[in-house]
Design a protein around this ligand. Structure first.
Ligand code: NAI
Ligand code: A1CAB
Length: 274
């Protein structure tokens, strides 16, 4: 076995994004990435690129060190029970990207094991993920290696596991929230007379520009806003109107709603398994 082979069990939206990211940044050779899915038809393109594609999770586990659990929460228990006989805590590291499933939930099924919770987003496909990571004590020795994998796919932040639900909302759902803002700006631009392609091009570049300013200047958003808002000008007029309509409040309420949904689903799953 190649010491660092990666298995992605459940190659759907996120699993595919991870596979594409690992592949295109060159840290992994295609043959060292094992991807599984019950029906492999829709990941045929990964096979064409040289990845090891299979519907057999145990085959992937036998050949890999890092086992990424990328199925939906409802499918996790079955997958863990299926691979458990082939898991070796000296050889394998489990990395779960599954929202609302704790390290303890996984440990309850597989026993004491190196387990990492990782919360990336779909921008991992283009090496621009923000990935939050939490390690259990057994996985402490792989922290540097795991960080290196995800650092090649964007930025990483190690957090306490109890913050993982909040991180899921900001980090993973955050891509969708940002997309909706960009889309809304595009729609507004169309109403102001720009054609759809030009409006989107402007919205995307402005978003990138705003992020880059904060990254490079290490500034506070309000400092950057103050540079744009000419007294009595159009920016402050637009900004205040957005706030009168509840922009910040809507965003915060959305984030809190999303967070509560993670906790509700977790509670529901726990009740069902009792
Ligand atoms: N989509 C996203 O942006 C993010 C998703 N997540 C988490 O990642 C997980 C997957 O999410 P998605 O990729 O959106 O879901 P998805 O439904 O697109 O992908 C899951 C895949 O697992 C496959 N699968 C189901 N049972 C299987 C089995 N026994 N063996 C092998 N494959 C099996 C399904 O066929 C499907 O392709 C979820 O637990 C979610 O909470 C976390 C962060 C971001
Ligand atoms: O919406 C969801 O439940 C998953 C987890 C974070 C992103 N997608």
């Amino acid at each position: 076995m190649h010491t660092n082979n990666v298995a992605i069990l459940g190659t759907g939206n996120l699993g595919k994004s991870i596979a594409e990211g690992l592949l295109s940044n060159g840290q992994y050779k295609p043959e060292n990435i094992y991807v599984t899915r019950r029906n492999t038809k829709s990941i045929q393109h990964l096979k064409d690129k040289g990845l090891q594609v299979s519907s057999d999770n145990t085959f992937a586990v036998k050949n890999c060190r890092y086992i990424m659990l990328c199925v939906q929460p409802a499918h996790l228990e079955n997958v863990l029970k299926e691979i458990k006989p082939y898991l070796d805590p000296e050889k394998h590291v489990l990395l779960s990207v599954i929202a609302g499933i704790s390290i303890d939930n996984i440990r309850d099924i597989v026993g004491d094991f190196p387990i990492v919770r990782s919360m990336p987003n779909t921008a991992i496909a283009v090496q621009q993920s923000m990935t939050c990571l939490a390690f259990n004590a057994k996985a402490a020795h792989v922290e540097a290696d795991v960080k290196e994998i995800f650092n090649c796919l964007g930025e990483t932040l190690v957090i306490e596991e109890e913050l993982m639900a909040g991180a899921t909302v900001l980090c993973s759902s955050g891509i969708a929230f940002n997309m909706r803002f960009i889309r809304a700006v595009t729609q507004g631009g169309i109403q102001l007379g720009l054609d759809a392609d030009d409006a989107q091009k402007i919205a995307v570049q402005v978003s990138k520009g705003a992020s880059t300013l904060l990254t490079i200047n290490k500034s506070h958003p309000e400092q950057e806003i103050d540079k744009v808002t000419t007294p009595e000008g159009c920016t402050i007029t637009g900004l205040n109107e957005m706030e009168h309509q509840g922009l910040s409040s809507a965003v915060i309420k959305g984030l809190v709603g999303s967070y509560k949904r993670i906790l509700d689903l977790k509670e529901q799953r726990e009740k069902e398994s009792m």
